[in-house]
Design a protein around this ligand. Sequence first.
Ligand code: OGA
Ligand code: NI
Length: 366
Amino acid sequence: MESSKTQLDLVLKGSGYDIEKEIKAFDESKAGVKGLVDSGIVKIPPFFVVPENVVSSQPTPAHLQIPVIDLKDTHGDPVRHEKVIKEIRSALEIWGFFQVVNHGVSKDIMEGMIEGVKGFHEEKNEVKKEYYTRDVKKKVTYTSNTLIHKTKAADWKDTLYFRMAPDSPHPEELPVVCRETTIKYTAYIRGLGDTLLKLVSEALGLNPDHLIEFGCDKGLKIMCHYYPPCPEPSRTLGSKSHTDPDFLTILMQDHIGGLQVFHQNQWIDVPPIPGAFVINGGDLLQLISNAKFKSAEHRVLANHIGPRISVASFFAIYDRICGPIKELLSDENPAVYKEVPLMEYIAQYMWKEQEGGMTTLDRFRL
Ligand code: OGA
Ligand code: NI
């Protein structure tokens, strides 16, 4: 167990508070963070509290804005196509993050998914309980804080999870309130994922089909987060700082805000833009691009206002060993990572909390 948790444990035990017991009771309620808020708490339970100063951030300077890339006519017009590839290359090199507009997914599809996710999280407990599990083999689950027993502080959020590919769940396995919207949304996300993976391949100077032929679009997991309003947002986080364990993430966030990316030693807001998706490169893209493209740390602040809803779609596969793409290497650009068994990487990502600025991927550096 991490030392800081042990210390906190001792302090709390001295005051008659048993953190393990509280976590167990929270988990067994199967009602998530929303359940705590509905019960009318005005102080957050100690197992959500992060050390002081973790939450604070400076206002985002005007000159540091996440790039917004317009995907209109990317297919038809060769001049626009080149421009977009350049913009994506620069965004992934510098930020690891960008937003896209005119991506071809309609507002109806996007809003429908947000409403469906909200509908699930706001169902009666008896309905949601059926899905509450930490069984990682399940394709459809609802949990609060998958790794609650491992982490130093729990996140102020609940998550509905779908593993949609390689083998999608049977429609009947999806909660009825969001069944149709999820199936439709997934189809559009797979299409947009392929469009982006082609552009990212070209941004790496490779054939457009390179990443798809490699299998980057074979696996798709979707996490539908619900961040309830928080009575003490300066003492906890909606999502703690992390990098994503995938090739590419397509995130849809509602209008509330709170997502931040760590850039040039400071936290920068990723402002909600109606109808836009937030795109970020994950650890696997950083690995295969030989660290040309960044997997940036990001987090979500808790908020007095809520709920905030977001839907994160992760493209990844772990059934192979992979290292930096050979075509990208040269005497001037030697490999900075080993060949990584991705199963081993993901096991480490899941079970070891990222610590002291060291990410899971850093452990595989040469
Ligand atoms: C994630 C994530 C951000 C958000 O699910 O990995 O970073 O806005 N989500 O919910
Ligand atoms: Ni993330």
